[in-house]
Design a protein around this ligand. Structure first.
Ligand code: MUC
Ligand code: MG
Length: 366
């Protein structure tokens, strides 16, 4: 099997409401759909969400790098040669979301060629996983209303709370969430680098009082000694996310004492590098969890497949609810969450079908 065509198609699907966090805000799914076609007629898909505040990429940069640098390497290659292609793509530095989407599309093709779903190829740890919902910044009552709706309507019992602005405001939101949701739900927090080290240490102690289980990216990890001081003094584990975006970056962060657990995102490390990160962390006795890059529906299907594929990821609730922000998408079948769980697709590859009319409607390049 040989790749014959690689396309990067920019899309724009409006959100129902903006999603805010300490380092930025997203108002629409301005994502890039990567479509890879083979000589035997298979078509694989991946989704790249541009996150300039995290990786420096934009929709235009993703389209350009896929078209100008990645497509010439991929066309003519065998999609099964994922390791070789990963090395070829790695000659271009950064461009994490673009590389992640290409890798996801390759696994989609491999799964289709083998007649197996991706989570089965990865290791089939589970058929479904518990879901975590990420609560964007808002007033405490907006944040509580969001969580209560997710709990009532979808049975979700784990929540990642965005924090990292004014500490008093953050703590008020967490206090309200704990009071309204009760002691049985899991709350964990993500500051997206919004605090300095001193604030983060106070925050970590106060969050622990509300039984918050971990704290993601409290400060910029480049504030090296500040970050290590947080790790030493925090009563709850510090999770690496945007400071741990590659296999080597995860290793360095853990060994340097900059983080104690790792958020793994298909949107930046695809399936291939994500699995290596999970293996590294398993060997070091470090917890991993599937994070969400404010994924669209395709990215959500991929994240669920990753979590269902690998045992240590299937243990922690998986962040796969952000697609609910979207007013629509190009998949014929949106993901579902039932009784707080998300199931892996059973069809070969990612098990998705793209609706051609919706694709024509939402693409922004024609
Ligand atoms: C997260 O976990 O940080 C927010 C910004 C981004 O790039 O990812 C999200 C979620
Ligand atoms: Mg994060």
């Amino acid at each position: 099997m040989k790749i014959t065509n690689v396309e990067a198609i920019p899309l724009a699907v409006p959100f129902r409401r903006p999603f805010a966090f300490a380092s930025g805000q997203a108002t629409a799914a301005d994502h890039v759909l990567v479509r890879i076609t083979t000589d035997d007629g298979l078509v694989g898909y991946g989704e790249a969400p541009p996150r300039p505040y995290t990786y420096g990429e934009t929709a235009a940069s993703i389209v350009a790098v896929v078209r100008d640098l990645f497509a010439p390497v991929l066309v003519g290659a065998d999609p099964f040669a994922r390791e070789r292609l990963r090395a070829d793509l790695a000659r271009t530095v950064a461009n994490n979301a673009a590389k992640g989407a290409v890798d996801v599309a390759l696994w989609d093709l491999v799964g289709q060629a083998c007649g197996q779903p991706v989570h089965v190829l990865l290791g089939h740890a589970a058929d479904d996983v518990a879901v975590a919902h990420m609560i964007g910044l808002g007033t405490p009552s907006e944040m509580v209303a969001d969580a209560v709706e997710m709990n009532d309507r979808y049975g979700v019992e784990a929540f990642k709370v965005k924090v990292g602005r004014d500490l008093a405001h953050d703590l008020a939101a967490v206090r309200e969430l704990r009071r309204e949701l009760g002691d049985s739900v899991e709350l964990y927090a993500d500051a997206n680098r919004g605090w300095d080290a001193d604030t983060a240490i106070v925050a970590a102690r106060r969050l622990a009082d509300f039984h918050v289980t971990s704290l993601e990216e409290p400060n910029p990890a480049d504030d090296v000694l500040g970050r290590r001081r947080i790790v030493r003094e925090s009563p709850i584990p510090i999770v690496g996310d945007e400071s741990t975006i590659t296999l080597g970056g995860v290793a360095r962060s853990l060994l340097d004492g900059d983080s104690q657990a790792t958020s793994v995102k298909v949107a930046r490390t695809g399936f291939t590098e994500s699995a290596k990160i999970v293996g590294l962390c398993e060997g070091l006795g470090v917890a991993t969890m599937v994070g969400n890059q404010i994924d669209g529906m395709l990215g959500t299907v991929a994240s669920t497949a990753l979590a269902c594929g690998l045992r240590s990821l299937a243990r922690h609730p998986v962040e796969v609810t952000n697609f609910l922000l979207m007013t629509d998408d190009v998949l014929t079948e949106p993901p579902t969450i039932v009784d707080g769980r998300a199931a892996a697709r059973q069809g070969p590859g990612l098990g998705v079908t793209i609706d051609p009319d919706k694709l024509a409607h939402y693409r922004t390049d024609r």
